[in-house]
Design a protein around this ligand. Structure first.
Ligand SMILES: [Zn+2]
Ligand SMILES: [Zn+2]
Length: 338
């Protein structure tokens, strides 16, 4: 079969690999779509701390069950919960295996889903709602990330929010907050194309290369700052500004991974009694919630999938994402187009 392989730093190649081998408790999935994630870009660039070449990319895959299993039947459309945990560390033993000390993912630590087919354990598969489009359903994994973030920060209806970063995760956060009933949602980025999409989805956009996010948020909140800030950019400037933009007793959720230590204005954190909380992936329950939720958000989710590339040309997906003018938000590989 064909697969998209990480062959070394800046080397992504589509090539013929052996068909996957059956394993006990697993069913074969014929992959339909697989999304490309920020972590896949890290793998491609050779900066991911764990991924080792050769590796089949892809942890955001959906597809169709190819052979009857114990629970799933041939033809079922499914998404796979991709987390791999040790079962032995404190987090795992206390029901928090999503923050396992040695957490791994299908597509990062073992071969992933940007290929024609893959065997996946039945106990990590979730059946997709029957009438949801593949285009919306392929966003279920990043959607689960946002559900986790919203749970961690205990976001409430009628709160105001600022999202820094309008990549797929930032825009998805905006879609979810809008659905929950945020009073105001501001989203900032320097990529005009991404902001255009955010605006189309009903978010207030700020181009931080031309406008001052702090001033705009203060003006819109009686000079106080936002209730909740979602940091989705990973940038140095965002880390420095977030406590300033957020109000007294406001909350800050660190969704993006900051790849190096950044300065934070901690005095504001003290004086304003703010809360900063981290968030990482999702629990299995939150993944299940995302599976149902993707039907509710279907029309908006379809819009963030800006590009679908055939498997045979998926080696070019990384250039597409890097091209600011292409306006790529979520790039998805169609694994049936070999
Ligand atoms: Zn992902
Ligand atoms: Zn563990």
């Amino acid at each position: 079969m064909k697969a998209l392989i990480y062959a070394g730093p800046k080397q992504a190649i589509v090539k013929e690999v052996p068909d996957p081998t059956p394993k006990e408790g697993a069913v074969k999935i014929d992959v339909k779509y697989c999304g490309i994630c920020g972590s896949d870009i890290g793998i491609y660039l050779g900066t991911h701390p764990r991924a080792k070449a050769p590796l089949v990319f892809g942890h955001e895959f959906i597809g169709t069950v190819a052979t009857d299993g114990k629970k799933f039947k041939k033809g079922d459309r499914v998404a796979a919960f991709p987390l791999l945990s040790c079962g032995k560390c404190l987090a795992c033993r206390t029901g928090n295996s999503h923050v396992c000390n040695t957490l791994g993912l299908i597509g990062i630590d073992v071969d992933g889903g940007i290929c024609e087919s893959i065997y996946v354990d039945e106990d990590v598969l979730f059946k997709l709602p029957e009438d949801v489009s593949d285009r919306a359903a392929v966003t279920v994994e990043p959607l689960a990330v946002i559900i986790r973030a919203v749970h961690q920060i205990k976001f409430q209806a009628l709160e105001s929010a600022v999202i820094i970063g309008a990549g797929p995760i930032g825009i998805l956060t905006g879609i979810v907050l809008k659905n929950i009933g945020a009073s105001k949602i501001f989203i900032s980025d320097i990529n005009e194309k991404r902001l255009e999409l955010a605006k189309e989805l009903g978010l207030n956009t700020v181009n931080s290369s031309k406008e001052n996010l702090k001033d705009i948020v203060k003006a819109a909140t009686d000079g106080e700052g936002c209730d909740v800030l979602f940091e989705c950019s990973g940038s140095e400037a965002a880390a420095m500004d977030m406590t300033e933009i957020t109000r007294v007793q406001g909350r800050i959720c660190m969704v993006s991974v900051h790849k190096q230590p950044h300065k934070v204005d901690l005095r504001q954190l003290n004086f304003k009694e703010q809360l900063i909380i981290g968030t990482r992936v999702y629990t299995k329950e939150e993944f299940r919630q995302a599976v149902d939720y993707c039907k509710v958000l279907e029309k908006d989710l379809e819009k963030i999938v800006t590009h679908i590339v055939p498997l045979r040309e998926s080696d070019k997906a990384f250039d597409l994402i890097a091209d600011m003018n292409a306006g790529a938000v979520k790039v998805v590989v169609d694994c049936t187009q070999k």
